[in-house]
Write a new protein. Structure first.
Length: 145
């Protein structure tokens, strides 16, 4: 390369030559993987709260239920009247569940053989559940208890 400026025709020739060169497969694979990270926050935000309601059972006790869905996985959350928070993953596809508050990680619990994690006492205020899987971390949207 020289320090001399190039004219438009030379620039066009160089660009055309660059486009004709085949891109190595490994570079394409890496580029595609990196491209998916550009919207990772938006993809996590697509995790939707499918159902959140306070229900009174026959004896009049109050429970709060929330269901999160991401892909083919369902995360059931229940806060019972005794102050225990139960997170049911519907099977053991993760070792533990962490609960975050705006100040940071509040608590972490291992899942049992059925994929259930229990927290007592449950944190109050806004919380987010983070489930670490072998492939990635799944984050729920923030909800308030």
């Amino acid at each position: 390369m020289t320090d001399r400026p190039i004219d438009d025709d030379e620039m066009e020739r160089r660009v055309r030559d660059a486009v004709r060169d085949p891109v190595p497969e490994e570079l394409l694979r890496i580029s595609n993987g990196l491209f998916t990270w550009r919207t990772i926050d938006a993809e996590l935000a697509e995790l939707e709260l499918a159902d959140a309601e306070a229900t009174a059972d026959v004896r009049g006790t109050l429970t709060v239920n929330a269901t999160f869905v991401v892909g083919d996985r369902v995360i059931e959350v229940e806060l019972d009247d005794r102050g225990e928070l139960i997170v049911d993953l519907g099977g053991r596809w993760a070792e533990a569940v962490a609960i975050y508050t705006p100040a940071g990680e509040a608590m972490r619990a291992d899942t049992d053989e059925a994929g259930v994690a229990r927290f007592r006492p449950a944190p109050r205020g806004p919380v987010q559940f983070v489930i670490d899987t072998v492939d990635a971390a799944i984050k729920t949207r923030w909800i308030t208890f």
